[in-house]
Design a protein around this ligand. Sequence first.
Ligand SMILES: *[C@@H]1O[C@H](CO)[C@@H](O)[C@H](O)[C@H]1NC(C)=O
Ligand SMILES: *[C@@H]1O[C@H](CO)[C@@H](O)[C@H](O)[C@H]1NC(C)=O
Ligand SMILES: *[C@@H]1O[C@H](CO)[C@@H](O)[C@H](O)[C@H]1NC(C)=O
Ligand SMILES: *[C@@H]1O[C@H](CO)[C@@H](O)[C@H](O)[C@H]1NC(C)=O
Length: 291
Amino acid sequence: MWPLVVVLLLASVRCGSAQLIFNVIKSVEYTLCNQTVVIPCFVNNVETKNITELYVRWKFKGENIFIFDGSKRMSKPSSNFSSAKITPPELLRGIASLKMDKSDAVVGNYTCEVTELSREGETIIELKYRVVSWFSPNENILIVIFPVLAILLFWGQFGIVTLKYKSNYTKEKAIFLLVAGLLLTVLVIVGAFLFIPEPDILECEVKWALGSITMNKASGGDGIPVGLFQILKDDAVKVLHSICQHFWKTQQWPQDWKRSVFIPMPKKGTAKECLNYCTIALISHASKVMF
Ligand SMILES: *[C@@H]1O[C@H](CO)[C@@H](O)[C@H](O)[C@H]1NC(C)=O
Ligand SMILES: *[C@@H]1O[C@H](CO)[C@@H](O)[C@H](O)[C@H]1NC(C)=O
Ligand SMILES: *[C@@H]1O[C@H](CO)[C@@H](O)[C@H](O)[C@H]1NC(C)=O
Ligand SMILES: *[C@@H]1O[C@H](CO)[C@@H](O)[C@H](O)[C@H]1NC(C)=O
């Protein structure tokens, strides 16, 4: 008799606490660079093979913002989160993550509630926004582009001057330029280490900022050639990105100057194909002189 009661009790306890178990993720971040925002929600023990047995509800500040009803195969985002969606086939693998456009994303705590027949569970994920740097993207671009351009032009000039006139006359001048150039370079590198968060984010910011400049100029029409910005848009991104990644990956920058940083310069015509680029190895000129 007693064993039977115990078994029955145990069975009822098991039924009552039939829980879905979540892979707990406390928070996720998005930045200026995210086009879409994904709020992750992973259930570890989904057993059903049939989508009709699953029901997902996402809540924000106590209101339902998204409902997926498997029995009706129906997704229903609320008006504030109209771009919100989940991927039903992935739900069978326990993935109930909510995707939405950045424009719909609001920081705060999101609740993911999943029901599989009589089993259910929920988890809370906080969505945070991370400001990528102290300056606005446009300011960042100026901070980065001008010193880098200044350095490249300087070393280019320096290389040409020293290669062209190898007379004694320019020797003192060359040493002076070399010292000044090294100081400038060190300053810019230190500055860059302080200001550049991550190469990936930088690339996105460069694109974003140059894109907005292009659009402003196109609509404003204040005489500055838009074409210049459009050419800059792609190439400046590539140049800056390769330079920055270069010294982010290899921390010993001066050693690596022996190798070249190649700058693709678009020739006349479409700048799309690689063949159409002539490549200038500015820094290798400088390094020929230095090492
Ligand atoms: C934002 O984008 C980054 C990099 O692409 C990604 O790792 C991150 O998960 C995204 N954040 C959100 C909330 O989707
Ligand atoms: C899923 O369940 C529904 C109703 O319970 C049933 O009609 C359907 O055939 C099932 N689908 C599969 C793939 O088992
Ligand atoms: C939806 O937007 C309205 C008006 O902007 C606001 O009052 C309401 O709180 C929002 N709901 C959610 C869930 O954010
Ligand atoms: C989200 O929840 C966490 C933990 O409960 C809390 O510390 C945080 O302040 C909440 N965030 C918002 C934006 O309400």
